[in-house]
Design a protein around this ligand. Structure first.
Ligand code: EPZ
Length: 430
């Protein structure tokens, strides 16, 4: 297994290109199954999760082609993928494919909408919490699906097609909103989703579906209205920039000091996180090319955060922010409200010398003047990059094990950081 080796202490200076958003690319790829025509997606990040989803979709009969690099394009500037599900040859998504990636469960919506049937393995347990799918299934039932859970599979049927209806989510769910949207676009009549997720990735999915001929209003607000259509067409669509990658590198620069342009980043996608960083003493300047992050001389101040659905501080940046706070002046209080078990990075950060005390959904992070390098273990995608951030500012050498977590969600991580002066490299394992 590969490992990442980091020697801390170098400032980051230069330009980091921001990739297309993983969490937007995945639902867009799944949406391609709603039509028998071609959906062409641009700015798709080169990630293990994208490759895994292609395997899942191929199993249902999807053909795909990845366009080669254009002249002048670097390996980290995203790829263009043509997806075509002319015929759905199988409506079962098996355990061995879906268990590797939770978003794979979302195929239930297009399969059901287009074929009137889907048998999808329930996603496996996930390190950050129980992450049930009850709300996704509730949404499909509201649209008239009959659902049975049997042998670890959700078996959904709507032989006469789905029917528009009201769907009221008791809590905000991104996956639930994606699922409801994809099912409702081909349903008969009007669907109103209440308490919908307002995440930018939901807006990206809605915009892509609109380009495919769907009739959707209100995406980005908590009420989305969908007028079902009888069929969708192909389209060409470009994935939005990754706000979590943007926030991650912003925190890395805040941690090491330096001056970096996050090229292609959009401040409106993570305003709350940028405001938080500014309160911690980081200089943030939106420019025509992206967002410039700068910290010189003075240290980082402790700031409290609570994770919330968009537009609040994202849970997917909580671990990275905690890494930053390990070297802040004072004690920061971090509350995780989205997932019940998303503090696994705490133990590993402690191995680098961080002082963190946990109390239920709260972490008290007492800043220390220095961290020291050590071997650490990545536990999930965002937790593992928080270890990279801490290691960049730790004295000496850190090795991060189980790097496959990073490869799921960060395109060209070592390349992007080393271009800006970090001492970081991959050690190939066996
Ligand atoms: C998406 O997961 C993201 N994944 C997550 O990013 C992200 O952390 C999360 O949204 C919150 O922003 C992708 O987009 C692929 P939810 P999702 O449904 O859709 C509970 C990353 O690192 N819930 O909004 O699975 C759930 O347990 C990943 O890239 C139910 O109770 O998240 C959680 O507490 C990690 N029942 C809360 O809702 C359900 O049926 C929000 O989850 C569904 C969810």
């Amino acid at each position: 297994m590969d490992r990442i080796r980091i020697v801390g202490g170098a400032q980051l200076n230069g330009v980091i290109p921001i990739s297309g958003a993983k969490n937007a690319a995945l639902p867009l790829m799944i949406a391609s199954m709603l039509t028998d025509e071609t959906l062409q997606l641009h700015n798709v990040p080169r990630l293990a999760d994208v490759a895994q989803l292609l395997r899942i979709l191929s199993n249902h009969g999807l053909d795909h082609g990845v366009a080669g690099k254009r002249p002048g394009q670097s390996a980290v500037t995203g790829q263009s993928i043509r997806l075509r599900a002319r015929d759905i040859i199988d409506t079962t998504a098996p355990y061995d494919l879906v268990s590797k990636m939770r978003a794979g469960f979302w195929v239930i919506a297009p399969l059901l909408a287009r074929m009137g049937e889907a048998r999808v393995s329930l996603p496996g347990g996930c390190a950050i919490g129980t992450r049930p799918v009850d709300l996704l299934l509730m949404a499909l039932e509201r649209l008239g699906a009959e659902i049975e859970i049997d042998g670890g599979y959700a078996h959904a049927r709507a032989p006469k097609g789905l029917k528009g209806n009201d769907i009221v989510f008791p809590k905000v769910t991104v996956g639930g909103t994606h699922t409801a949207l994809m099912a409702a676009v081909l349903a008969d009549g009007t669907t109103v989703i209440e308490n919908a997720a307002r995440e930018p990735e939901v807006v990206d999915l809605a915009n892509c579906l609109i380009a495919m001929g769907a009739r959707i209003t209100g995406a980005g607000t908590s009420q989305i209205v969908i007028d079902g259509v009888s069929r969708l067409n192909g389209a060409e669509y470009s994935v939005l920039p990754d706000r979590i990658e943007t926030g991650t590198y912003a925190m890395a620069v805040a941690m090491t000091g330096g001056d970096v342009l996050l090229e292609g980043a959009r401040p409106d996608l993570l305003q709350d996180a940028l405001d938080t960083l500014q309160r911690a003493g980081v200089e943030i300047t939106p420019t025509n090319e992206g967002i410039r992050i700068k910290r010189n001389g003075h240290g980082i101040e402790a700031v409290d955060v609570t994770t919330e659905p968009f537009p609040g501080f994202p849970t997917d940046l909580q671990a990275q922010f905690m890494a930053l706070m390990t070297k802040a002046r004072g004690t920061s209080m971090i509350r995780e409200t989205i997932f019940e078990n998303r503090f696994m990075h705490v133990q590993e950060l402690a191995r680098l010398g961080a002082h963190i005390r946990l109390d239920g959904d709260l972490a008290y992070v007492e800043g220390v003047p220095r961290l020291t390098g050590a071997p650490v273990m990545a536990t999930d995608l965002r937790a593992s990059v928080s270890l990279v951030i801490a290691a960049l500012a730790a004295d000496g050498e850190t090795t991060v094990n189980r790097v496959y977590h990073l490869d799921r969600g960060f395109e060209g991580l070592e390349h992007k950081l080393s271009q800006c002066g970090a001492q970081i490299g991959r050690i190939s394992g066996h």
